[in-house]
Design a binder for this molecule. Structure first.
Ligand SMILES: [Zn+2]
Length: 401
């Protein structure tokens, strides 16, 4: 009986030691990147320029609305903007769009311990009754600062009681209160609430912005990286800067502070551009043995074959696009050079055929005896339908640039 309890304690001790060692080994990252590099003012905030502009303007004109509704997916900066706004209103210097970041109020808000800033996650607190009390308390004057700032995340999930309290407070908002409501699902917000809020749609971060930010962060952290690896991390983060930074944390640990494309591709189980490129080249060369070997390699790396078909279809789409509109530059870093080189080497009709084989095969992958077999069959089907070499009429050989 006691061993049941001893073992977990023992394990957690090992884990703790391991984490300590790990922290020592990669010293710059002893603090999680997302927290360490959370923007502390509007100037260093990446993306969301439309929101920053409106809020900065409202602050300098001292015409702030009493309730804002931020919509957008996770990790796009809702909490970050709320905290900067709270500092702007409560900074000891004055109400300003450029809070000092050194006074007590600013540092407390950054640390998440400012008494007049309440961060509520409605998703995890539904039904808790003192949420209603919390919101009703809005009428009382702030304790330490000028404004009480309420950040209510996933506001559509508030309990009925809490929601009614919020509605009541929004109907007659006290002058010293600022509500920042956030939701990933604006459809579920009642019109009565919508009409009392100024609504902003926070956009997903474009990959280029994420890459630029990661480049800056890693350079300052003194971590070696390959540009292609950052593009892959940005892709994996799907528009969320926070996800991008935590993936980067993982990549630092995984690659022992040398973030190569290879390491990231292995970590994420995604194809790197090299695999897709090799497939396309083998196809052009009509090299069946090579195609089978590539599929084998991908299986060994636990690459997602579903993702690989998407990547392949994406590459074919880009190639087709480049054949029709040669000036169209792919926004995808990894594809750009490849597309420019291969577009003249494959016939336009071939690309169309390949594309339809790949997209159809993707739907059928789950019908295959196993996914790898399905993927390999798709490659062999591409090969079977590829016209004999050098018969792509009218297509000029690749130009070296
Ligand atoms: Zn301050």
């Amino acid at each position: 009986m006691p061993s049941l309890f001893v073992l977990p304690t023992f394990l957690s001790a090992i884990l703790e030691t391991a984490m300590l060692i790990d922290n020592d080994a990669s010293q710059p990252n002893s603090q999680v990147l997302a927290r360490k590099w959370r923007p502390r003012d509007f100037a260093s905030l990446v993306g969301q320029a439309h929101v920053v502009k409106a809020l900065t303007h409202a602050l300098t004109e001292q015409r702030l609305h009493h309730a804002y509704l931020f919509t957008g997916t996770r990790g796009v900066g809702k909490t970050t903007i709320a905290r900067i706004l709270a500092k702007s209103l409560n900074c000891e210097t004055c109400i300003t769009a450029t809070p000092c970041n050194v006074c007590q109020a600013c540092t407390d808000i950054d640390a998440g311990r400012f008494i007049d800033m309440l961060e509520i996650d409605a998703a995890s607190n539904t039904g808790v009754d003192d949420m209603r009390e919390l919101i009703e308390n809005a009428v009382y004057m702030p304790t330490a600062g000028r404004y009480k700032v309420y950040l209510i995340d996933e506001v559509h999930m508030l309990s009925k009681n809490a929601f009614n309290a919020l509605l009541k407070t929004l109907e007659e908002p006290p002058a010293h209160v600022l509500f920042i409501l956030a939701t990933t699902d604006p459809q579920k917000i009642l019109p009565t609430v919508l009409s009392r809020c100024l609504q902003f749609n926070l956009k997903q971060m474009p990959p280029a912005d994420i890459v630029a930010h990661l480049t800056n962060v890693l350079t300052q952290e003194g971590v070696a990286f390959e540009a292609g690896a950052l593009h892959m991390l940005a892709k994996g983060a799907q528009g969320s800067m926070r996800d991008a930074l935590s993936l980067t944390d993982q990549a630092i640990a995984y690659s022992l502070s040398n973030i190569t494309l290879d390491a990231v591709s292995e970590m994420l189980g995604t194809t790197d551009g090299a695999q897709i490129e090799a497939i396309l080249r083998a196809l052009i060369a009509k090299d069946g043995a090579q195609l089978v070997q590539l599929s084998e390699q991908m299986a060994q790396r636990s690459t997602s074959f579903y993702d690989a078909t998407i990547e392949l279809a994406q590459a074919l789409y880009r190639i087709s696009l480049a054949q029709v509109v040669p000036d169209a530059k792919p926004d995808d870093y990894q594809l750009a050079a490849l597309v420019a080189e291969l577009a003249p080497q494959i016939g336009a009709d071939e690309v169309q055929l390949y594309y339809s084989i790949v997209t159809n095969s993707r739907d059928q992958l789950h019908l295959a005896p196993d996914v790898q077999a399905g993927f390999t069959m798709m490659l062999l089907r591409l090969l079977a339908f590829a016209p004999a070499k050098n018969t792509s009429a009218g297509v000029a050989p690749a130009k070296k640039s």
